[in-house]
Design a protein around this ligand. Structure first.
Ligand code: ZN
Length: 212
């Protein structure tokens, strides 16, 4: 099948345009329906990777340290994100423990790992093994990543609980807020620029013919 990498189709009205190289943060909009066609910035894989690594560190801290500390007289309880999801599993809210763990822990972790994997190779203009699958997965996972919803839920719970007991925000809460911002920054960029920033690996038999 012949492909036309220089052309871009508007997702909303099917108008076809010829792509032009754009500068960082330049945007191209559809002339018919004004939808965003693509963002510029194909040469900033380095900063993208730096943000992804930052998100990985912040997300690791958010998962390993307590997000909230509850104390009532002499009783004290620290809770990490995992413990919060597992605690739900015992109560009446059991069925939402799995989607909660998926949307605030597993999906964001998978997204960050896929970004670091593809961007580390894209830095040297190579396509990582499983590149096409990784990019398709990143598009599919986007609606299921809800760190911001989890953060909002924790803040609401903390405010409500604060009338009964002492609630102290933990290190994990700050790290969760940081990972939320960084995740937004890395997922809002146009994944199509990664196709332009990388070159397909040469087919092994063709390369052998050329050297022979
Ligand atoms: Zn359009």
């Amino acid at each position: 099948m012949k492909t036309y990498p220089d052309y871009i189709v508007c997702e909303h009205c099917d108008s076809v345009y010829r792509r032009r190289p754009g500068r960082f943060y330049e945007q191209a909009h559809c002339a018919t329906c004004d939808a965003l066609l693509y963002r510029g910035g194909r040469h900033d894989v380095d900063s993208w990777l730096a943000l992804a690594l930052g998100a990985a560190i912040a997300f690791a801290i958010a998962n390993l340290s307590p997000v909230i500390r509850l104390s009532l007289q002499s009783l004290r309880n620290d809770a990490t994100l995992w413990e919060a999801a597992r605690a739900l599993d015992y109560g009446a809210a059991g069925p939402i423990a799995v989607p909660l763990a998926l949307s605030i822990i597993i999906v964001p972790a998978l997204q960050i790992a896929l970004f670091v994997w593809t961007l580390a190779f894209a830095r040297v203009r190579r396509r990582a093994p499983g590149f096409a699958l990784a990019l398709r997965l990143l598009v599919a996972l986007r609606p299921w990543s809800m760190v911001e919803v989890g953060l909002l839920g924790i803040l609401v719970a903390a405010i409500k609980l604060s009338s009964y007991m002492k609630v102290i925000p933990g290190v994990g809460l700050g790290a969760m807020a940081a990972s939320m911002v960084l995740l937004t920054l890395i997922t809002q960029r146009d994944l199509r620029t990664l196709w332009d920033a990388t070159e397909p690996a040469p087919a092994p038999d063709l390369a052998a013919e050329e050297t022979a």
